[in-house]
Design a protein around this ligand. Structure first.
Ligand code: ATP
Ligand code: MG
Length: 204
């Protein structure tokens, strides 16, 4: 492995993965000159209450299909194989140990996740393991995001870096709702994932 490799970690439930995730990861890769981005589907996300998260294997397969045509994108089973609830701090620690000290980690996340960050387990540790990237997302104005980032910096002394991403007002929640109601999800996510959803009968 080359020295000082820059590796992005794209965390998410990916239920299902969509173009909002993909464009965010690709923007981080090019803006931060990352050597690769590892998509890491969550096992049991502690904050997703109120609906039954799709099986890890379905979410893993959909993520695999979606990243297949990008040579810089990879996928990890780390979170889906770790027993118990999924915490980002454990993931970063594991990547840090597995990849070695010469690798610089970048955690890629959307603005909505950053607004919740103060509730995360061991935020301080999370921020010390990586450069934390906060991508803009429709509904989370840059001004508000910057205020939050200032607050995080004041509390933890760590910087979270904002990243402007082409606005795609797409969410997995909306896609699940559309499938349930029999509406089209074409052009919101890769065709391979759309086909997988149709064939496996997910979200109906
Ligand atoms: P759900 O509606 O189920 O919460 P989601 O669309 O928010 O799904 P997640 O798997 O929760 O997708 O998100 C994974 C990461 O991707 C989060 O950090 C989230 O902020 C980010 N993200 C998701 N959609 C977008 C988008 N359209 N633009 C920018 N970032 C996004
Ligand atoms: Mg979400």
């Amino acid at each position: 492995m080359s020295n000082n490799e820059k590796v992005g970690i794209m965390g998410g439930t990916f239920d299902p993965i969509h173009y909002g995730h993909l464009v965010t990861a690709e923007t981080a890769r090019t803006n931060f000159k990352l050597d690769r981005v590892i998509f890491t589907p969550a096992g049991r996300p502690p904050h997703k209450k109120g609906y039954a998260v799709t099986s890890s294997e379905d979410r893993y397969l959909m993520t695999m299909l979606a990243i297949n045509n990008n040579p810089f994108f990879e996928i990890s089973r780390m979170e889906i194989e770790r027993p118990g609830l999924t915490y980002t701090v454990d993931t970063l620690e594991q990547f840090y140990n597995d990849l070695g000290k010469n690798v610089k980690l970048y955690f890629i996340s959307g603005a909505d996740a950053v607004f919740d960050i103060l509730t995360w387990k061991d935020v301080d540790k999370v921020l010390s393991y990586c450069t934390f990237i906060a991508a803009t997302r429709p509904g989370y104005p840059m001004e508000q995001l910057n205020q939050k980032l200032m607050q995080i910096r004041q509390i933890y002394g760590h910087q979270v870096v904002p990243m402007k991403v082409t606005s795609l007002d797409i969410s997995s929640t909306e896609i699940r709702r559309r499938v349930k109601e029999g509406l089209s999800i074409k052009y919101l996510l890769p065709e391979s994932v759309e086909t997988y959803i149709r064939k496996s009968g997910l979200y109906r």
